[in-house]
Design a binder for this molecule. Structure first.
Ligand code: PMP
Ligand code: GLN
Length: 382
């Protein structure tokens, strides 16, 4: 294995899920739902499977899916031409990797907000670029962007910034002010923004997802990425997309077409159907996840953790120190065996692990009975 990929031989999700399976623990580590998406979407996939949609779809994605993505994106007031400004990818993961491969190169620095989703570091490394982290800081009960640190991190080698909101693992949803600070840095320094918006629909308490591309000066320099997995409970389908200017989409396509060329042929029309017809289902999902967020947060507090409020995503973060533990990673590796619950230590998503050493991430995207059982098991820690 080449040196630049040596830090990436395994993922926390693969390891923690394997441990959860081995110990028969409830898996609140890897974020995936344990119920299916809307029946109409599943039916549309079946019709496509039996209706002959089993060969290569067009390189940029099936036209009805690109049209549905454009209409969906128009909800934010952004308008993309389905033919030149939208590209379907193998999940957001490929979209992120292809964007970095197409737009960054050795010698470039990429700003990454810490803690960061694990694929970012690996994809920056595959592109041969260097990541430079900008921390979130615990501020008034939420994790906020350190905008001073953001400005200070820019050098004459900085080429791009990866922005994930709603944010995995903290559940932070960036405010308009935080996004405006990012936009200002991008415009002032001629940076490209690559936004990971896979949790765009999973924002709670009346909060709002604001795509960075909608801020002044950003439409021309933002590669907006999302996917179907989290909105429609189909994380295994890996249907994602990129929305950007024709120039940026053409660049990302150059990389994407030699990574997978195309993928998910019969699933593409089903996701098109879901984007067009199942947003009421997504709203019910959002409300149910908000309730699950409340229930798990309460349960963790009752079990002795300090819990940061989560404003979106599948995840809530908890401080293990009130229970007398110091090292959340060490605890995470023991929890499945000792009490039958798996979680992930947030330090694995960081370069500077110190401020995160005592933080665990729990996923609440599980059936209510599963969450209740997990909560009762967590009480054994007291
Ligand atoms: N970004 C974030 C922040 C995620 O949590 C995930 C994981 N589910 C992904 C990207 C990957 O998305 P996809 O499954 O569409 O590749
Ligand atoms: N996005 C999911 C999480 O953060 C996991 C995805 C994966 O297993 N790679 O838990």
């Amino acid at each position: 294995l080449v040196p630049r990929l040596r830090p990436f031989t395994s993922t926390i999700f693969a390891e923690m899920t394997a441990l959860a399976v081995r110990t028969d623990a409830i898996n609140l580590g890897q974020g995936f739902p344990d119920t299916d998406g809307p029946a109409g979407m599943l039916e549309a996939a079946r019709e496509a499977l039996f209706g002959g949609a089993n060969q290569y779809p067009p390189g940029p994605g099936r036209p009805e899916l690109r049209a549905a993505i454009a209409r969906h994106r128009a909800r934010y007031g952004t308008h993309y031409d389905p033919d030149s400004e939208i590209l379907v990818t193998a999940g957001a993961t490929e979209a992120i990797a292809a964007s970095l491969l197409a737009l960054t190169q050795p010698g470039d620095e990429v700003l990454v907000i810490e803690p960061y989703y694990d694929s970012y570091a690996a994809s920056v490394a595959m592109a041969g670029a260097e990541r430079k982290v900008v921390p979130l800081v615990s501020d008034g009960g939420r994790f906020a962007l350190d905008t001073e640190a953001l400005r200070a991190a820019v050098t004459d080698r900085t080429r791009a910034i990866l922005v994930n909101s709603p944010h995995n693992p903290t559940g932070t949803v960036f405010t308009r002010d935080e996004l405006a600070a990012i936009a200002r840095v991008c415009v002032d320094n001629d940076l490209i923004a690559i936004t990971d918006e896979v949790y765009e629909h999973l924002v709670f308490d009346g909060g709002e997802h604001i795509p960075l591309a909608t801020l002044p000066g950003m439409a021309s320099r933002t590669v907006s990425i999302s996917s179907a997995g989290k909105s429609f409970n189909c994380t295994g389908w890996k249907i994602g997309w990129v929305c950007a200017t024709p120039e940026l989409v053409a660049a990302v396509k150059a990389a994407k077409q030699f990574l997978t060329f195309v993928s998910g042929g019969p699933l593409q029309p089903a996701v098109a159907y879901a984007l067009e017809h199942e947003l009421d289902w997504v709203e019910r999902l959002r409300l149910s996840l908000q309730h699950k967020r409340d229930r798990l947060s309460e349960g963790l507090r009752a079990a002795g953790f300090d819990v940061w409020p989560s404003a979106g995503t599948y995840f809530v973060c908890a401080d293990v120190r009130p229970l007398g533990f110091r090292d959340a990673a060490e605890l995470a590796w023991r929890l499945p065996e000792t009490i039958g619950v798996a979680a992930v230590p947030v330090s694995v998503f960081t370069d500077n692990s110190e401020p995160w050493k005592h933080v665990l991430r729990f996923a609440f995207c599980k059936r209510d009975d599963v969450l209740e059982e997990a909560i009762s098991r967590l009480h054994k820690l007291i």
